[in-house]
Design a binder for this molecule. Structure first.
Ligand code: ADP
Length: 507
């Protein structure tokens, strides 16, 4: 399945709960694929281990086949068999673990949101390491992501390194500190970890509930490298206000903690080759963008009377983090300003979903507003291509990908200055920022007035300064948000960590 790494290359194995496009809920899925592809291009051997979910996009996996060996992994006092599948996703070798456990952990019709998520993913973390051990792999780096696979870090040092899977350094990336996966301390025993040893303030004990353990804290404490997804967010989470209870832990481990801005997959998100689009286009040929706008309007039944009527797009999970009340406000304000608004989003929070269903019904056959409340990859591409502006009023945003994708498709971002938005969007009117970096409209206060002001500035610019708007669109489309430079950061971190370990073992 896998080629040998070039002599200079590292062997990196990601253990993750998501990977775009086969199993994607949000940005985590994009990062696993984008970072892996970029590292592979640099000559490293990158492999990925995923659960074998029933609800994956199987048509995006090439050459999927079951291996002829079975991995037995420990859980709840006994061994369970796992069938292992291999396939290729976006040119990357992927192992899929299918547990033969009576609870049918990954046969639930959804990726997350099950009552036993803690069990599902602590089981998976252990089975993934068991696969690496039993198949004799000797990775340089095992990279785990978010609470679902943070168990890998303590499992590696406490159980697998002593068993001989000891070639690796562990890298843990937290994509969002809001989700920590805490559980009663005793639940940790299921995957074979020692609760007495780990339920301690300097290890995995939750910082606010002492009878609970916190997998993300475990990832921070037991990994060699800890990253999050933007420099600004890395600063924010070290404060009591935004650290979601983990600021103390992050500060005590600050030497190994760094924020690296995500990139986007420049092949998957390329308006010049995007087959989801009605017409492909580029910065030098913006006629195609206008045609996509027209096509989306027709597709959604919006008015096409005014070619120059600005279209504001928004593609998001509808959760409080994303500033849902500000999104709702912006829909009405856009209408008052004479624009069109298209929202693509869905919510795991029932009352938010209901509220937006109400708004969607209200505007069901409106000329200028459309809400589409589902997850739809293909439609998302059409909306990026059709939008003149793209709204992201997040309350907090670890990195955010939609502002970068929006820019690549010539949709000018209107964002709140927080987390990764603050590291990638710079206000066109901010004289303190060098001109070449200014690419959008930003606001700081998370309230309606601030949203209004940013929207109005964008509308004025769009209407009164046609030529300069077009230059802005072209500038944003030509900005480089590819994984290239972020992957170089990860590569350096990996290499330094591996070199330190080798030096220590020689000493
Ligand atoms: P998060 O990871 O918090 O959800 P990001 O901005 O990092 O937010 O990543 C969101 C990704 O998910 C983007 O690729 C975006 O296009 C996609 N996305 C979000 N909601 C939808 C939806 N309803 N349909 C299609 N794609 C969506």
């Amino acid at each position: 399945l896998t080629s040998s790494p070039k002599s200079s290359g590292l062997h990196v194995i990601h253990i993750a709960a998501e990977m775009a496009p086969v199993a994607k809920v949000g940005g985590l899925g994009d990062v696993v694929t984008g970072l892996s592809k970029a590292l592979q291009k640099k000559g490293h051997l990158v492999e990925i281990v995923l659960p074998k979910y029933d609800c994956m996009q199987y048509d995006r996996i090439c050459d999927l086949r079951a291996l002829d060996f079975v991995i037995e992994s420990y859980f709840d006092g006994r061994l369970f068999r796992n069938k292992v599948w291999v396939g290729t996703v976006e040119g990357l070798p992927v192992y899929f673990i299918e547990p033969h456990h009576p609870a049918k952990f990954f046969w639930r019709g959804q990726f997350y949101g099950e009552n036993d998520d803690f069990k599902r993913f602590s089981f998976f973390s252990r089975a993934a390491l068991e696969l690496l051990l039993q198949s004799g792999k000797k990775p340089d780096i095992i990279h785990c992501h978010d609470w679902q696979t943070a168990f890998v870090a303590p499992l590696y040092w406490d159980i697998y390194a002593p068993k001989g899977l000891d070639s690796a350094r562990i890298c843990f990336t937290c994509h969002n500190f809001e989700y920590q996966g805490t559980a009663p301390a005793s639940d940790l025993a299921s995957c074979g970890l020692d609760v007495n040893q780990l339920n301690r303030p300097d290890r995995m004990q939750d910082n606010s509930a002492h009878n609970r353990i916190n997998p993300v804290k475990g990832g921070i404490v037991f990994s060699n490298i800890v990253t999050t997804v933007s420099p600004t967010y890395a600063q924010e989470v070290r404060t009591a206000e935004e650290g979601q209870g983990l600021h103390g832990t992050l500060n005590s481990h600050s030497k190994k903690f760094i924020g690296i801005l995500n990139g986007i997959d420049a092949d998957a998100w390329n308006p010049a080759t995007d087959t989801f689009l009605k017409v492909q286009y580029s910065a030098n040929d913006l006629q195609g963008k206008a045609e996509n706008k027209e096509a989306l309007r027709r597709h959604l039944g919006l008015s096409s009377a005014d070619v120059r009527q600005p279209l504001v797009g928004c593609i998001t999970r509808l959760v409080p983090q994303k500033g849902v009340h500000l999104i709702r406000h912006a829909i009405y304000r856009t209408l008052e300003l004479g624009g069109q608004f298209v929202l693509l989003g869905s919510s795991p929070v029932p009352h938010i979903q209901r509220e937006f269903e109400g708004i969607a019904n209200h505007f069901q056959s409106h000329d200028h507003i459309r809400l589409i409340l589902k997850y739809d990859e293909s439609l998302s591409h059409s909306i990026y291509a059709a939008s003149d502006m793209f709204l992201i009023p997040s309350i907090f945003e670890p990195c955010g990908l939609t502002q970068m994708i929006g820019m690549r498709y010539g949709a000018i971002p209107i964002v709140r200055k927080t987390g990764g938005l603050n590291d990638s969007v710079f206000d066109v009117d901010d004289d303190t920022i060098p001109l070449q970096f200014r690419n959008g409209f930003t606001f700081l206060t998370p309230d309606e007035r601030a949203v209004n002001s940013a929207l109005e500035r964008a509308f004025n610019h769009y209407r009164n300064n046609r030529e300069s708007w077009q230059q802005l669109v072209q500038k944003d489309m030509n900005m480089d948000f590819s994984w290239e430079s972020s992957a170089t950061h990860y590569e350096e971190l990996y290499e330094k960590s591996v070199a330190r370990a080798r030096a220590a073992s020689r000493a």
